[in-house]
Design a protein around this ligand. Structure first.
Ligand code: SF4
Length: 241
């Protein structure tokens, strides 16, 4: 248990603005690695061959951003370390925080059904989030929290080396693709990141609220399945629309 009764605090406004400007720059350049944040990424020679266990050990009892203060557990990720597909969500929710495992509530059960529809089980893919600690009241991730935490996801992806990454929801897709703005024209369209196609689809929690969107999500998932079988040339992130 890593809970603390300390009161969460926000960084000073000027520091926050500076971090957000830095993160915007990092996103535009397609990188998560920003000055002052532990470097990580595909192709980092010092970390080549790193295992998921080693990355988890490096994360430790992480206090790199304010989210440690209210968490019950760090939610590192789960699944096959050699998975061909990695599903990436935004951040743990209440149930995930309590269990220390990603996607275990209602949305998680729907994700399991989505994975099963593609012919896989949860143990055959890998599931993680951009943030490894739950934001209070499930609020949106802050830019400095993403900057602090996402390098560990980057290292996980470099260790797993999947054929395809499926981004679940707009926050995960923007963080993975380094884009901002509406996702309207990006859903279901593979975009290459560090040589790996990223397919953005709707978050399972959104699908629970909007079941009519499941048909479109299924088309996105079929693209994931096709890319696992036949990786091809995909577009870059391109300008936000
Ligand atoms: S969200 Fe990530 S960076 Fe922030 S405390 Fe948790 S593990 Fe560390």
């Amino acid at each position: 248990m890593q809970r603390s009764m300390a009161t969460p605090h926000a960084p000073p406004a000027d520091l926050r603005r500076s971090l957000e400007a830095t993160l915007r720059f990092a996103r535009r350049s397609g990188a998560w690695v920003v000055p002052g944040v532990a470097a990580a990424g595909s192709g980092d020679p010092e970390r080549a061959g790193e295992t998921l266990d080693e990355i988890r050990a490096a994360l430790g009892d992480c206090r790199r951003c304010r989210l440690w203060q209210d968490r019950a557990h760090i939610v590192f990720g789960t699944g096959d370390p050699d998975a061909r597909v990695v599903f990436v969500g935004e951040a743990p929710g209440y149930h995930e925080d309590r269990r220390g495992e990603p996607f275990v509530g209602r949305a998680g059960r729907l994700l399991d059904r989505m994975i099963a529809a593609l012919g896989w089980s949860r143990s055959e893919v890998y599931i993680a989030n951009v943030l490894k600690c739950r934001p209070p009241d499930n609020r949106d991730p802050a830019a400095d929290e993403v900057a602090a935490c996402a390098p560990f996801l980057e290292r996980q992806l470099a260790a797993i080396r999947p054929a395809v990454v499926c981004a679940l929801g707009a926050h995960a897709a923007r963080a993975l693709l380094g884009v901002e703005g509406p996702m309207t024209d990006r859903w279901g369209k593979p975009a290459e990141r560090h040589g790996v196609p990223v397919v953005p689809t709707f978050h399972p929690a959104f699908l629970l609220r909007n079941p009519a969107a499941k048909r479109r999500a299924w088309e996105h998932l079929k693209t994931v399945s096709r890319l696992v079988r036949d990786p091809g040339v995909v577009d870059g992130p391109g300008p936000a629309r």
